[in-house]
Design a protein around this ligand. Structure first.
Ligand code: ZN
Length: 245
């Protein structure tokens, strides 16, 4: 039986965050996980997960960058972005972050790629896992204006200017170059009208096979027709995330 990717034990938790009952380790899905001992609760700790997002905004051949106002990385430059709230769609979070950090109103075009990182100190001091999704955004209105809290400066910069900047985040540089190449990204394929259903999916762009080294999506089939009100749309068939690098 394949072992989990992370063999280390999950961070130690002693009490249930829902009901404050003691937790105990029980085998679940091939590894020990903290389970709530209150039978009426059902809490199981699966790990410390977070989702991040960043937006590449190109205007007149220049990319929107913000300068980090605080550590880690104070003074470095990156595309605007941040964490997704637990009750927020990721494609809405990236638009919000661009407005908050840089004062620019945008809309999502597609997804340029994503990064999955494992490790570091999670919110309870143990291993954490983070998925960071990079969107391509279209500028609608607003001139760059740093919020002074998360960003100390904001502006549109050409690739030449970016290459001369000190400390530009590597993922931001990669995503900007990819956006300036003009190739297709991973397009929004389907928005379910049903409440409680994930509202944003991705499918292949036009480019295939995937250029090596890029994290891409498997080909998936978008629904041919929109779901009628109250009916769940046909989910994409055979789709999924794949690291083709
Ligand atoms: Zn509990």
């Amino acid at each position: 039986m394949p072992q989990p990717a992370t063999a280390e034990p999950l961070p130690l938790m002693n009490f249930c965050p829902r009901c404050a009952s003691p937790l105990e380790q029980r085998l679940n899905g091939g590894r020990n996980r903290p389970h709530c001992t209150n039978a009426g609760c059902g809490f199981i700790f699966f790990g410390d997960f977070s989702i991040g997002c960043g937006g590449v905004v190109i205007r007149d051949g220049k990319a929107l960058l913000v300068q980090r106002a605080h550590n880690p990385g104070k003074g470095s430059w990156q595309i605007p972005g941040g964490y997704v709230e637990a009750d927020e769609a990721v494609a809405e979070a990236v638009v919000r972050e661009c407005l908050e950090e840089a004062g620019v109103v945008t809309e999502v075009v597609d997804v340029l790629g994503f990064r999955h990182s494992i490790g570091g100190q999670g919110s309870i001091g143990g291993p954490s896992t983070n998925v960071y999704i990079v969107f391509r955004l279209r500028p609608i209105s607003g001139e760059p204006c740093a919020d002074g809290i998360e960003a100390s400066a904001a502006g549109f910069y050409s690739l030449d200017e970016i290459e001369r900047m000190d400390r530009v985040q590597g993922l931001s540089s990669w995503a900007i170059q990819r956006a300036l190449e003009g190739g297709p990204g991973l397009h929004p394929a389907h928005r379910s009208p049903a409440a409680g259903v994930v509202r944003w999916h991705c499918r292949w762009g036009i480019r295939r096979p995937a250029p090596s080294g890029l994290v891409t999506l498997w080909r998936s089939v978008a629904p041919r027709r929109a779901a009628r009100p109250g009916q769940r749309a046909t989910p994409p068939a055979g789709g999924g995330l794949s690291d083709r690098s």
